[in-house]
Design a protein around this ligand. Structure first.
Ligand SMILES: C[S@@+](CC[C@H](N)C(=O)[O-])C[C@H]1O[C@@H](n2cnc3c(N)ncnc32)[C@H](O)[C@@H]1O
Length: 373
């Protein structure tokens, strides 16, 4: 379960938050297929770029090639570090690139795990062009159920002629021949208004609520907690910073901490605050929940994620609730919006003495948790 037998050897791999009760594997049939394919490459590629390595499985198995890793997820970076350590291999910081930095130089092979969103794929493929030559081996891999026709077309449109392999254990490879003559337009950030507020948001690729405000976020803005006089407000899983923008406009003196797993989300949030002329003191932190956050704040606003990659995952929200009790001042509050069926009330109760229903509609609830246990 935890050992991958790859063409490059056997490695122990675990997801970042391994849970013995709901064990999950740190690699998929798509990673297996990709590794088998690149093992056949002749000559062996000298400069390799791995894109979207969710749990660091590819980076660990290919460590001897000193690959570069490019990713939009801070948790994936932590998973890679942890899996390398687990196999007594070293992490080299200058071979890890955040999504908002563009890798440098040319690559002999680019291995792309298909991301969840088409917008991220398009952003990555257009940004990759200067790093490719017609000799670069470009191989995408994904599980068939996540690999839409529009994703395959995205390879064709952004890079060049593309074919797909037969499915093996429900995974498929994408092979692309780089065409230097193509001139695909690089995707631009999306801008939209928050109706009725005079606020505008800016979204780079991959950021939640890509084209319009999420209904849950909107519901929370309609039932926003009082923020007058608060010194420090935290937007946990900030996305494009909708909640922080609203809080910052209502209380221009409050310090705002914006935390997210995605570097593109943090960039969107920073630029959304600037776009609205907000001058609050701010910090933007790439984070896995609240791990490593040391301050104590007056208010935490949270519309929790319920996916990890393509997988439904309620554990992230649970970790966020647990972390929140440590990061609140004595009279601090955590305000959560979520789909009614997720039953966050039950998940908050073990951590807070008071969990109140602040508002509800047929789809969403807003819960206010206080008095950490
Ligand atoms: C449901 S969205 C909410 C975004 C924004 N607050 C809003 O209301 O529009 C959840 C956010 O949590 C982020 N996220 C996912 N996993 C995370 C983690 N482990 N730590 C911090 N943020 C995470 C996602 O990138 C996403 O931006």
């Amino acid at each position: 379960m935890n050992q991958i037998d790859s063409p490059f050897g056997r490695f122990n791999l675990l997801p970042l938050h391994h849970h013995p009760k709901s064990p999950q594997q740190a690699w998929s049939a798509a990673d297996d297929l990709l590794l088998k394919e690149i093992a056949k490459a002749e000559p062996v590629p000298e400069r390799v770029l791995i894109v979207n390595d969710l749990h660091g499985a590819l980076g660990t198995c290919l460590h001897h090639w000193r690959p570069f890793s490019w990713n939009d997820s801070y948790s994936s970076k932590l998973a890679l570090q942890q899996n390398l350590r687990r196999n007594q291999l070293s992490f080299s910081a200058d071979h890890f690139l955040e999504s908002t930095d563009i890798p440098d130089g040319q690559f002999d092979a680019v291995l792309i795990r298909i991301p969840k969103t088409l917008s991220l794929l398009e952003y990555q493929l257009t940004a990759l062009r200067p790093l490719l030559t017609p000799q670069t081996r470009i191989i995408g891999a994904g599980m068939v159920k996540h690999l839409s026709k529009s994703m395959v077309q995205c390879f064709e449109r952004c890079l060049g002629h593309t074919t797909t392999s037969l499915a093996v254990r429900k995974a498929r490879l994408i092979h692309t021949q780089f065409d230097p003559e193509l001139k695909p337009a690089a995707p631009q950030p999306v801008r939209y208004d928050i109706p009725g507020t005079g606020l505008e948001l800016l979204n780079y690729a991959n950021v939640f609520s890509q084209q319009k405000l999420d209904m849950g976020t909107r519901f929370l803005l309609e039932h926003f907690p009082p923020v007058d006089g608060l010194e420090h407000i935290l937007d946990l899983g900030c996305g494009n910073g909708a909640l922080a923008c609203y809080a910052g406009r209502k209380n221009p003196a409050a310090m705002l901490s914006l935390l997210d797993d995605s570097w593109l989300a943090l960039k969107s949030a920073r630029e959304s605050l600037e776009l609205n002329g907000l001058k609050n003191p701010c910090e933007f932190i790439a984070s896995d929940g609240l791990d490593g956050f040391e301050d104590q704040v007056d208010l935490i606003l949270c519309n929790p994620p319920f996916h990890e990659g393509n997988r439904l995952d309620s554990n992230i929200a649970m970790r966020m609730f647990k972390g929140s009790k440590r990061c609140l001042k004595e009279n601090g509050k955590l305000v959560v919006v979520g789909n009614r069926h997720l039953n966050y009330h039950q998940s908050l109760k073990p951590h807070f003495k008071d969990v109140d229903l602040t508002a509800s509609n047929p789809k969403f609830v807003i819960l206010t948790a206080s008095r950490p246990r």
